[in-house]
Design a protein around this ligand. Structure first.
Ligand code: PLP
Length: 418
């Protein structure tokens, strides 16, 4: 099956390929606006706060866009906190739940960032600095292993959050140092169905019962977004309604109105970005093998296939050829994992994709690449410079929001001592 362009027109693809250096990220302001609206109309029992999980795409323009549209921040490191502040957010708008204990913790707390402890050590570090303080805790519940382990962020195989059996220890520490735990944070990983979100709400509310000061349940992100035709997106409204019902029931039973926090960014915005690259070579491994399309991109720009063995739509919009061929599309790194058409959730096997018969320098568009690509890229491997980012504004104007990295910038911090 061949695919069609998402938001770009053929003319825009041709214009960008001619006037900018590929490979290049292209984002759509119109699509970002749709994401903003989807969150604004999310049903919730007692209002909700949407936190932008800035790890999805941390360009200062994107941060500014979401700040101006009233979103708060979910940060995963002290550096994300600093980047969000650099883009104009105030500390009080940021919730930090990171894997790494900040070495600048006092500074972080002085900015009034809301701190969410994700381990007992983090909790201890917090109370030493701020006895009587207010904070949240991220909990890792043991429930079930529903989907592909690579994208799972709870259960036995996950180090995120405090293991649920340690809740008594959390409570003991909170009591001893008079800490107020006002937020329970859960993030159950990617690819969630509506059922798993409703179950998460139940689990989260059960935890809330055990924390008398808790007024917020942050359910994280991870809603399923269909990128390939065989996938089905989560229904945001249906999930919202179901979760709302749980919160209302909880209120009726306990008299506690719980505020909902949300962070589902891949769902909302992954298709607000496309990526333009070029065919760089075509090679094959004989009659029993595959035909490989080498490209001028790969895990240095789009790491998700390498990391998670997912699939994404690839299009050759300007190629006129009627004949189709099966191609395995690969990246430009000298690395066996740098594959752009992987078999779904299987690291062992590549999966060819139908594309019109390609030639050298043909243009390829990779769809739904806004989130977890530019920010997660394995840039500079094989010394490939970081690619530029473009934004197509609402009035169709194309503006560069990050220039391509100069080669010398790659080694700017190295000190030659030999
Ligand atoms: C704590 C937390 N919140 C939210 C998100 C966003 O998830 P997604 O973009 O898949 O909805 C992530 C992603 O890893 C996360 O770790």
């Amino acid at each position: 099956m061949t695919y069609s362009l998402n938001f770009l027109t053929k003319e825009q693809v041709a214009y960008i390929a001619e006037n900018y250096k590929t490979p290049i990220y292209v984002y759509s302001e119109k699509k970002l606006k749709e994401a903003v609206m989807a969150f604004d109309t999310f049903p919730s029992a007692f209002w909700h706060t949407t936190r932008y999980a800035m790890k999805a795409n941390s360009n200062l323009n994107i941060l500014t866009y979401f700040r101006k549209n009233g979103f708060k921040i979910d940060a995963s490191s002290e550096y994300e906190v600093k980047r969000a502040i650099a883009s104009g957010f105030e500390g009080k708008d940021i919730s930090l739940s990171g894997q790494e204990l900040s070495e600048d913790f006092e500074w972080i707390l002085d900015t009034w960032v809301f701190f969410v402890a994700t381990s007992l050590l983090q909790l201890e570090t917090f109370w030493k600095k701020r006895p009587w303080g207010i904070l949240g805790v991220r909990i890792n519940p043991w429930v079930w292993k529903t989907y592909f382990a690579k994208v799972l962020t709870w259960w036995l195989t996950s180090s995120f959050g405090i293991w649920y059996e340690y809740i008594p220890q959390i409570q003991e520490i909170a009591k001893k140092y008079d800490l107020k735990i006002t937020k329970i944070h859960l993030h159950i990983g990617s690819e969630n169905t509506p059922e798993s979100w409703v179950n998460t709400a139940n689990i989260g509310l059960d935890f809330i019962k055990e924390f008398k000061d808790a007024t917020i349940l942050d359910m994280g992100g991870g809603m399923k977004k269909a990128i390939m035709p065989y996938e089905k997106s989560a229904d945001l409204q249906a999930i919202g309604e179901a979760v709302k019902e749980k919160f209302i029931k909880f209120y009726e039973e306990t008299g506690r109105k719980i505020h909902l926090e949300l962070e589902p960014w891949k769902y909302a915005v992954i298709c607000a970005g496309s990526f333009i690259a070029k065919v760089n070579d075509i090679v094959d491994t004989g009659k029993d093998g595959y035909t490989f399309v080498r490209t001028n991109t790969g895990m240095t720009d789009m790491p998700r296939v390498t990391m998670y063995w997912i699939q994404q739509q690839i299009i050759a919009p300007l190629v006129q050829e009627q004949e189709e061929k099966d191609y395995v599309v690969v990246g430009h790194c000298c690395e066996s994992g740098d594959i752009l058409t992987s078999k779904l959730y299987d690291q062992e096997i590549v999966e060819p994709m139908k594309l019109p018969k390609l030639s050298l320098w043909d243009i390829l568009v990779f769809e739904c690449t806004w989130a977890y690509n530019s920010s997660m890229s394995m840039k500079n491997y094989n010394s490939f410079p970081e690619s530029a980012e473009l934004l197509i504004k609402e009035n169709e104007e194309i503006v560069e929001i990050r220039k391509k990295e100069e080669l010398q910038e790659i080694w700017r911090n190295e000190k030659v001592v030999l």
